[in-house]
Write a new protein. Sequence first.
Length: 343
Amino acid sequence: MDVLDRAALAFPKSLPEFQQLFPSDAACASYLEKARWAEGFICPHCREVGEPFRIATRPGVLTCRKCRRQTGLTAGTVMERSHTPLSIWFWAAYLVASQTTGMSAVQFQRQLGLSRYETAFGLLHKLRAAMVRPNQDRIGGRSGQHVEVDETWVGGRTRGEGRGVHHKVLVACAVEVRHRKPGTAQDTRKDGRYAGRYAGRVRLAVASDRSAEQLCGFVESVVEPGTLTVTDDWSGYASLRKRGYDHHAIAECGDPDVAEEFLPIIHLVFSNLQTWLSGTHHGVSAKHLQAYLNEFTFRFNRRFYPFNAFRSLLGIAGEVDAPTFDALYSGEWRHPTFSGCML
């Protein structure tokens, strides 16, 4: 496909295909234009619809034929005011979306040939900001399916500060439990406690504590009312039935086998999350943890369509604000959450 003729958006399925689709900044600009204005260019100043004037030496700038005002292709996206070439941005999005395990900022810097670590760090966090779709829909709500909800502590061991002291962060999670089609190869294989079940969409968010306000507020933000919701018997979930959920609380009584039997999918998600954070990133700071949860969620929910994630990421990137480098390091930037679920 020739991207410059602005045909229907495609997505690269291999490195050679990526190079063929995006050989230059002009090809990247054409793809970005189609991603932002699928039905044709709309001037953000006068709302005129139609083919804009184009500047050969500046493929990232479009000029309205009516009001003659210029519009940058990256304006209003995570790439706004960036001096990084569009081709580097596209390579960055492709690497983030297509790598199953993701990559650290150090690996990212090496792969893209960036001279400064700070540039790689900033690019990654801007793309992570684009991984949360505005007005994110809630999971569950389907007949024959239920949602598991639980929370876990994320972080490493703390030494030299006394017994029982830690700086771990509480993370709340909700995951759809789906059932495989009867008679299929996936359904008949022996998966032990996972037989016939697999994880659907997941939602993750940092929680300040285990209170009902936080945990039930999280559930209300990410799970459709009326959904069969399975949790442990922690008191923070006790009011879910009053809030409109078909709540089933499992009394674990300190027995891990009970938790593994009734909440197996969410514990599998927690295991994958902990392995990813410690293996790929070797741990993350508390102030940026939500950004990494967003990346894990984005990749997990698109694990069956990894190359589609590239196109999805660019499409989302045109609808969100991105952090500045100073805001990231100062702590002023607040990483987006799904549906703004947590305080």
